[in-house]
Design a binder for this molecule. Structure first.
Ligand code: SF4
Ligand code: SF4
Length: 196
């Protein structure tokens, strides 16, 4: 008899626990039912990349002094700097420059250390191709400026979650002048200047 009562007790305890877990799960579901969808209808809508986004690298041929610092700081020695020594001017002359974005990890070291600032990270992230060899960009392809999401008339640009006003989760139909949550970079700089 005691054994039977113990079994009933255990069963009741487990049933109560199961009901509690189901309730917890459903509370999350009901909470989401009250929210509006935040799906971005790509490619008709696109998120505006953040200010420090590390996308495809842009290269300015005329600024490059063929020093190869970018190659040395790259974790995989990726940039190919093809130069020859000009005996008349006694300077290096750059012939070709290329970066293979099929291998690049977008760490940004080359951009950070280039002494002439001829490399920069752009907001371009749509690099998919059918052939990975097409991702080996020469200096002409690297010199192309990316098409901005905000300049594309075919696309509705949307703000990323971090750039939405406080408490806002839905990036659609926001007033253009609505302020994002937190301090703006210029406000932080101002505060730093005034605290000096
Ligand atoms: S570090 Fe800059 S200047 Fe030097 S080779 Fe690379 S891209 Fe050219
Ligand atoms: S972003 Fe990083 S991995 Fe890519 S070329 Fe520059 S240093 Fe190399």
């Amino acid at each position: 008899m005691l054994k039977f009562l113990k079994q009933v007790g255990d069963y009741t305890k487990e049933a109560v626990q199961a009901a509690k877990y189901i309730g917890q799960g459903l509370s999350v579901t009901f909470d989401h039912m009250q929210r509006r969808p935040i799906t971005v209808q790509y490619p008709y809508e696109k998120l505006i990349p953040s200010e420090r986004f590390r996308g495809r690298i842009h290269f300015e041929f005329d600024k490059c002094i063929s020093c190869e610092v970018c190659v040395r700081v790259c974790p995989i020695n990726l940039p190919v700097v093809d130069w020859e020594f000009n005996k008349e001017t006694k300077k290096k002359k750059l012939n070709h420059y290329s970066i293979d974005f099929g291998v690049c990890i977008f760490c940004g070291n080359c951009v950070e250390y280039c002494p002439t600032n001829c490399l920069s990270m752009t907001e371009e992230y749509e690099l998919s191709t059918y052939d990975r060899h097409e991702l080996n960009f020469d200096n002409v392809a690297l010199g192309r400026l990316p098409y901005k999401v905000t300049d594309d008339p075919m696309v509705t640009p949307l703000r990323e979650l971090a750039y939405l006003p406080k408490g806002e989760l839905y990036p659609h139909d926001l007033p253009a002048n609505s302020r994002r949550a937190g301090k703006l970079p210029e406000e932080i700089l101002e505060e730093l200047e005034s605290s000096k």
